[in-house]
Unconditional design. Structure first.
Length: 307
């Protein structure tokens, strides 16, 4: 039996494992896909304190090596749920595996909703992005597009408008859903072009990099729009559905947990992008992981040994 099972091997989960091992707890990190999480798709990370520039894949590899060097165990499998009582829990997987433990840290993350276009996945980090804060600086002085009509899309476009020559804001409906004052600020900018209703229907790469998008405005014909990047802001999908029995979820599926990651079930904690919060960045993910791990360790210490 491990004292703590961490579900999710992204930055939040790996940081949680790091802090738990440094506190002397036995830890298993269970990941359903690839260790490192979404950060591995970032070709350059330039906003992590102390490291001017690093690829997401290398940063994830360093995190993984550090956790393994401290003696954490890892396994691959998709967690299907948690059962038991506080201090005596079992994580079970779709494959039928069971992992008994005393505490669980859920670091399952949230996936960016994709547009579902051919080649979209292959162009992530090569002109397709889901984070203007992360990647906007790479396109300073260039032409970009933002797909989306909510507050996130408007905020992304505002940030890009400070950096880029032209920002095309594309929304499939004629009316944007985002805050009216934010819309006014955005569309008053001289370098912002509003394309609504409009739909991105294709991606046009050249030498492995996005060079243009295929666009249809209203019921008109498709046309090409030359851009250096497309920022997709059509929402996130938290990966919490399997744990609804031990988490309190908001209307969008995010875990309702405090700053220590604690929720309604003692011994079950949430960290990273799966938790409801304002800022979802690499730095806040690792902070969440540290807080949740220390809270889990306190829970175990206060509960004392159990057979």
């Amino acid at each position: 039996m491990h004292e703590i099972v961490v579900i999710g091997g992204g930055p939040a989960g790996l940081t949680a494992a790091l802090y738990a091992r440094r506190s002397g707890k036995t830890v298993l990190v269970l990941e359903k896909e690839g260790f490192g999480g979404q950060i591995t798709a970032s070709s350059r990370v330039e906003n992590y304190p102390g490291i001017p520039e690093i690829s997401g894949a290398e940063l994830a590899e360093r995190m993984m090596e550090q956790v393994l060097a401290l003696g954490a165990d890892t396994d691959v499998g998709e967690a299907a749920g948690i059962r038991g009582e506080p201090g005596r829990l079992t994580v079970y997987t779709e494959e039928g595996e069971e992992y008994p433990c005393k505490a669980v840290i859920l670091a399952t993350g949230a996936r960016h909703r994709m547009l579902g276009l051919a080649g979209e996945g292959e162009l992530v980090g090569r002109g397709v992005s889901y984070c203007a804060v992360c990647d906007g600086e790479f396109y300073r002085g260039r032409d970009v597009a933002v797909a989306g009509g909510g507050d996130t899309a408007l905020q992304e476009a505002l940030l890009l408008a400070d950096l880029c020559r032209t920002v095309y804001v594309i929304h499939r409906r004629p009316v944007f859903r985002g805050d009216a004052l934010r819309q006014e600020r955005l569309f008053s900018r001289p370098n912002v072009r509003r394309l609504a209703p409009g739909t991105v229907t294709g991606l046009l790469p050249q030498d492995g990099q996005l060079r243009a998008i295929r666009l249809r405005e209203g019921s008109g014909p498709e046309r090409e729009l030359a851009v250096d990047a497309l920022f997709v802001a059509v929402g996130l999908q938290p990966q919490n559905q399997a744990f609804a029995g031990v988490l309190a979820l908001d209307g969008d599926g995010y875990a309702l947990a405090d700053e220590q990651g604690a929720g309604p079930v003692p011994g079950v904690f949430a960290a990273g992008d799966c938790r409801r919060k304002t800022v979802r960045q690499l730095t806040t993910a690792v902070a969440d992981g540290a807080c949740a791990a220390l809270a889990a360790c306190r829970f175990l210490d206060e509960a004392g040994p159990r057979k």
